[in-house]
Ligand binder design. Structure first.
Ligand code: ADP
Ligand code: 5SP
Length: 536
């Protein structure tokens, strides 16, 4: 894929759930290089499925830290083998799956600072971590710590007003609290705690990178308006936490120059700048150049929906993060855990393991599925907290199965109706000028995008790469290079190609879904009240 002619560029990285990816973007904002390493496929010795290990309790979910380090070694070697000209890289930035945490052992900073260019990173960093299996965003084992944190700050809404979210199991503060409570020795041996994003930045810097405001908002620890760690939250989670986290920084900060390891081993220029890494969803917001009024829908391992916000409106559902490209503003995010992996399961069960059969099922069934509705949550969902598969026929009676094609449509329509209902719960309204920007692996599928356009009654646009987090990271690297907060992000990326129209609502779609959406919302409430049991 690489081009031989030298091209000044920025690199954008993404350390996501299932893979590490990189894109190179030139000064005219064209993507001219893409590469990836897939954890399950390319690093089978770690035995992950979907990039993670689900533990016996069904709640604890971790990924091996050395798998991420080795993936970086492999992708850099692939780039080198393809003739990629590292000497042209002006700056780099990156993204990471949100909320995951990495525990650097005492002495690790020294190891990072003295990397030898003769050995790959994973051979040199083996002894650097006090926890080898890092909790990731799919973990839901910290309910007790969530309740403790909420109680410590005066309740769920108070925590949300402070940090942008009520306590969520996957949020890093609660994960750190669990590690401190269950493994105090490992906690006390930890000199630094990184997010996946700041961990990846640290690998490039050869020293600890700070956490940026935007990804830092996914920890239940950052005061999102004052942009400092909340002492009340830190104190409730674990001792000496402030020094282990280091001070947070604006997302567009240049955090240093690339480590000499990369200069000597790969030929990066010594002045290549590292711009703070951020969360994959904030990076996608940058990659899609989201504007106020647009909705972004990311269909990756998780499904997420996010919006640009002027003012934070913290609530009991959803999250408010600091905006990654404009420090005065915010973004709202909803996360749905049963995204691509759930779609893959239904594809394998009802569409012969083939995306083209899956598409045929969508094409051969009608909008609204004849009133047959489904909820598919093989793992405990985040939005809303429901587990299991729940199907309802036209009369809204519970049934145990649908015919195969109907099952596929019920899944996709259900996933998008839930997104619309919960986005409206945050105050969002679909308007005549609404644009939906879709990204993530499943945005390659035109038939899935058609259902998205129909359910929302709005056109769906895509950008040329489904890797919007990588693209946004490269754009953010240009932004940092140009001066960060002093320069509007939109000015830096004005040459970037515009999103392309991928689907428009079918005639009659709005009548079908205006009728179905309230029925779907009612069924969701019914399942919730049945699964939650009587109030205590
Ligand atoms: N044609 C397709 N139709 C639907 N889903 C697809 C298609 N191609 C890839 N995917 C989905 O994309 C997912 C990976 O998306 P991606 O955004 O790369 O994930 P992540 O960034 O979380 O690692 C896969 O798990 C797969 O289910
Ligand atoms: O938990 C969240 C957002 O709050 C997830 O969206 C993670 O950030 C994982 O991202 P993907 O790997 O699915 O893109």
């Amino acid at each position: 894929m690489a081009e031989s002619a030298p091209r000044r560029c920025c690199l954008g990285w993404d350390f996501s759930t299932q893979q590490v990816k990189v894109v190179a973007v030139d000064a005219e904002m064209n993507v001219f290089y893409e590469e990836s390493v897939h954890f399950d496929r390319d690093l089978p010795e770690f035995g992950t499925r979907g990039g993670v290990h689900v533990h016996k309790d069904g709640l604890t979910v971790t990924s091996p830290v050395l798998m991420w380090v080795q993936a970086l070694d492999i992708i850099l070697e692939k780039m080198k083998a393809s003739g990629f000209d590292f000497s042209q890289v002006l700056a780099l930035s990156g993204a990471g799956q949100q909320h995951g945490s990495i525990y650097w052992q005492a002495g690790a900073q020294q190891a990072l600072k003295s990397l030898s260019p003769d050995l790959p990173l994973h051979q040199q960093l083996q002894a650097c971590f006090s926890i080898n299996d890092c909790p990731v965003w799919m973990d839901s084992s910290t309910t007790a710590q969530c309740r403790q944190l909420e109680a410590a700050v005066g309740g769920a809404q108070a925590l949300s007003c402070l940090t942008g979210s009520r306590a969520y199991e996957r949020f890093t503060g609660n994960q750190i609290a669990k590690i401190y409570q269950q493994n105090p020795k490992a906690y006390s041996h930890t000199e630094r705690i990184s997010l996946v994003s700041s961990f990846a930045a640290s690998l490039f810097l050869g020293s600890y990178s700070p956490i940026d405001y935007s990804d830092g908002s996914g920890m239940n620890l950052l005061h999102i308006q004052d942009k400092v760690w909340s002492q009340a939250c830190l104190g409730s989670c674990a001792p000496h936490l402030e020094e282990k986290l280091g001070p947070p920084v604006p997302s567009c900060s240049v955090v240093g120059a690339i480590s000499s390891f990369y200069v000597q081993r790969y030929g990066f220029p010594p002045g290549c700048k590292v711009v703070a890494f951020t969360g994959d969803n904030p990076a996608s917001l940058a990659g899609m150049r989201l504007e106020e009024g647009d909705i972004a829908v990311s269909l990756g391992t998780s499904d997420t929906l996010f919006l640009w916000l002027q003012e934070p409106m913290p609530a009991l559902e959803g999250h408010i993060f600091c905006n990654p490209v404009d420090p005065q503003h915010y973004m709202a995010l909803l996360c749905f855990k049963n995204g691509s992996l759930m779609r893959e399961k239904i594809r394998d069960e009802f569409a012969s393991c083939s995306w083209s059969e899956f598409s045929k099922a969508l094409q051969s069934t009608e909008m609204g599925n004849g009133g047959n509705l489904g909820f598919y949550f093989d793992v405990m969902e985040i939005t809303p907290e429901i587990i299991g598969r729940h199907r309802f026929n036209t009369e809204k009676r519970k049934v145990s199965a649908f015919p195969g094609d109907m099952e596929v449509r019920a899944l996709i329509e259900g996933q998008f109706m839930a997104k619309r209902i919960h986005a409206e719960g945050l105050g969002y309204r679909v308007m005549s000028k609404t644009k939906i920007l879709a990204t993530g692996g499943a945005s390659h599928n035109r038939d899935i995008l058609q259902v998205l356009a129909d359910v929302f009654g709005a056109p769906v646009y895509v950008i040329d790469t489904a890797n919007s987090a990588c693209l946004g990271s490269a754009y953010r690297a240009f932004h940092g290079l140009a001066g960060g907060t002093d320069v509007p992000f939109s000015e830096v990326v004005k040459l970037a190609p515009n999103p392309r129209l991928a689907a428009t609502p079918s005639p009659g779609a709005s009548q079908v879904y205006e009728a179905l959406l309230p029925q779907f919302a009612k069924l969701e409430q019914r399942i919730l009240s049945q699964t939650r049991g009587p109030p205590e």
